[in-house]
Design a protein around this ligand. Sequence first.
Ligand code: GAP
Length: 440
Amino acid sequence: MTGKPNEYLDNFNPIVSLAKRRGFIFQASEIYGGVGSTWDYGPLGVELKRNIKEAWWNSMVHSRDDIVGLDSAIIQNPKVWEASGHIEGFSDPLVECKDCHQRFRADHVDLDQCPSCGAKGRFTPPRQFNLMFKTFLGPVENESNIAYLRPETAQGIFTNFENVRVSSRKKLPFGIAQIGKSFRNEITPGNFIFRTREFEQMEMEYFVNPDQGSESLEYWKNERLAWYIDLGMLPERLRLREHEGDELAHYAKAVFDIEYLFPMGWSELEGIAYRGDFDLRQHQEHSGKKLEYFDNETDSRFIPHVVEPASGVDRSLLAFLVDAYEEEEVNDQKRVFLKLDPRLAPFKVAVLPLSKNSDLIGKARIVYDLIKADRLTDFDDTQSIGKRYRRQDEIGTPVCVTIDFDTVEKDDSVTLRDRDTMEQIRVPIADLRSELANRF
Ligand code: GAP
């Protein structure tokens, strides 16, 4: 499929600098020179991230009666990772340049020439490198105390299948959803927050009768694609791509990726996998605990099949930022704005007194107090009004409310400015709450 990338972004640089300038994302440990492609979320980034997670949780858990939530531990019994196949098989092929000793993922590099020092034919043969982070439980660092940071949240769901089923009295089909941190010692992290070693996942395991697996896969493919579009992503920058042949993960019967057209090209945003009964069967065998389901209607016993939509919070956030980024010429000046869906925007409204006049600031405070309980609102009385509008545009605030001299001297009304059209209308303060409620 030929998509249409964001014409204003050849690379991530404008997004990286906006994210830092406005307080969305900072390099972790920046004052020490950073650390291995990890990132911290600033005051606005944390709001955007929370809004994405809330939108996902609403659509997957709160708005449905067939899916419940879970928050399982990052550190599990190492036998979990034996059963899941991660100790044996969760690895990428690694090569090292014999001249400059840089390491690369063999499938991400031209093996004829080192991209770092240019040496030809100097790579070591590929060896499998396990991506799980190892640590030790307790004070003694020996083999028997090895533990792993989870590389996916999914396994905590499978090991709790029976606990959740019994305690929530769910019948098939039903799902268990979880949002949380995962860790992978990626050989080549990069592209800003696209691939990092510490990241957050939003995963849901949907348990079905084995003969409903394919139908459920179809359902979740459509449902998940629609989620991104409903939150404002342009459909022409999204596509579904099926995994073929040896690309299929060891646990999967079929996988479809939802891909987004990032500046570096089509790349995975979310994986939707039909995992069959692989995980529950493995855990049943390795733990010795029955993980079968008894179906009253058909009077049969079986291990449920699973369809799994697995998305990344950070990767979704990056895609929402890229998708929302717009530039235009206004009075010979470049205007940058983030056309974020109001549900995702960190601030929904900003209250701005036109100048530092104390009457205007006093009135603006009254307006701010009137509306701030309804939705997250910013108050800004620094700098010139032009600079403040530019800031609110860049952080994606859908509506600015400006208090001017007419507000205090004449009409007790304020100016509402729309982020996308820059259209301004006058609204009496008495009608402000209902006007804003209509817009959101
Ligand atoms: N439980 C299945 C699973 O983990 P995955 O395709 O490896 O599947 C799901 O991961 C999603 O998690 C990816 O589509 C991506 O959004 C996110 N993700 C995976 N590895 C990541 C990394 N190193 N950095 C950021 N996000 C990552």
